[in-house]
Design a protein around this ligand. Structure first.
Ligand SMILES: Cc1cc2nc3c(=O)[nH]c(=O)nc-3n(C[C@H](O)[C@H](O)[C@H](O)COP(=O)(O)OP(=O)(O)OC[C@H]3O[C@@H](n4cnc5c(N)ncnc54)[C@H](O)[C@@H]3O)c2cc1C
Length: 192
């Protein structure tokens, strides 16, 4: 997210009394919290664990080429490494890019669209290909229930903007818009 954005998010966390732990391995999950390698405890009423560094177990039993972390190796056209007609898009694939790269919903969608385009091009004998790499950015509205923070980063800029009360409505509105347009109930604005 960039150092400026992290500072803002840090103060946001503090205002919500959200504690953080960095650089410590998790030892175990207990009913009342999370225990770290140094036996320190982060108390919690509800623990949700998102294993960002482990691929899907289904892949482990396949012959699909995987990174050490267990994500599918692809080239920038989303073609699975070492194959001629297998494509992978979204979180399941290992994406390449700057060190701040993040797997996000809009990147997954873009990869899906580009994989479809690249399949059509290949099948029609064209050498044209689209790459997901140049579109990597971070674009996120972090909803806090009574507001939000807008976070953006690309190769040139990185910032976070607090959006008191309005941010929550924007995020909710976006959710409704995304659902209704995906289901074809209302048309999409071009490019959005
Ligand atoms: C807490 C959280 C917040 C996030 N916030 C944002 C955000 O604000 N903006 C943003 O852009 N991105 C956000 N993301 C990231 C975004 O959700 C993902 O990048 C995106 O959903 C990836 O889409 P996908 O289709 O690749 O995978 P998924 O959305 O994970 O879809 C995979 C699907 O496969 C199904 N599946 C799994 N195993 C099997 C199986 N064996 N057989 C059949 N089906 C199976 C799953 O049920 C799931 O429906 C967030 C992610 C998390 C976890």
């Amino acid at each position: 997210m960039g150092s400026k954005s992290l500072k803002m998010i840090d103060s946001m966390f503090k205002s919500y009394k959200i504690e953080k732990r960095f650089g410590k391995k998790i030892k175990s999950f207990e009913p009342g919290g999370i225990v770290f390698e140094d036996d320190s405890i982060l108390s919690s009423d509800l623990t949700i664990f998102i294993p960002a560094s482990a691929g899907h177990t289904v892949l482990k039993n396949s012959d699909i080429p995987l990174t050490e972390a267990g994500f599918i190796k692809i080239d920038e056209s989303c073609l699975v490494t070492g194959t001629e007609n297998v494509y992978a898009a979204g979180d399941i694939a290992a994406i390449e890019g700057p060190e701040w790269k993040a797997k996000q919903g809009h990147i997954a969608e873009l990869m899906g669209k580009q994989a479809a385009y690249n399949i059509i091009m290949k099948e029609s004998g064209s050498s044209k290909r689209k790459s997901y790499k140049e579109h990597i950015n971070i674009l996120c509205i972090m909803d806090t229930g009574n507001g939000a923070a807008f976070v953006f980063r690309n190769g040139k800029r990185a910032f976070a903007i607090p959006m008191p009360w309005l941010g929550h409505l924007v995020k909710r509105g976006w959710g409704q818009y995304a659902q209704l347009t995906k289901r074809g109930i209302i048309p999409r604005f071009p490019g959005l």
